[in-house]
Design a protein around this ligand. Structure first.
Ligand SMILES: [Zn+2]
Length: 60
């Protein structure tokens, strides 16, 4: 039996959500109500603002 492969640990996994492209932050949307400073929480099928409860459903 082969031993399970150890997955490479990523040093800063939490930052993989935020892909920097120049000055723009991609992938995480910002809240249209709260402004560009407020990022929306990304869920499986929707994004959600914890500040004003704004919810936007993702299209697949
Ligand atoms: Zn908001």
């Amino acid at each position: 039996m082969a031993a399970a492969k150890v997955k490479n640990k990523k040093p800063s996994e939490r930052w993989t959500k935020y892909k920097l492209n120049g000055n723009k932050v991609e992938r995480s949307k910002t809240c249209p109500k709260c402004g560009p400073a407020m990022f929306l929480a990304i869920h499986k099928d929707r994004i959600y603002c914890g500040n004003c409860k704004y919810t936007e459903f993702m299209k697949k």
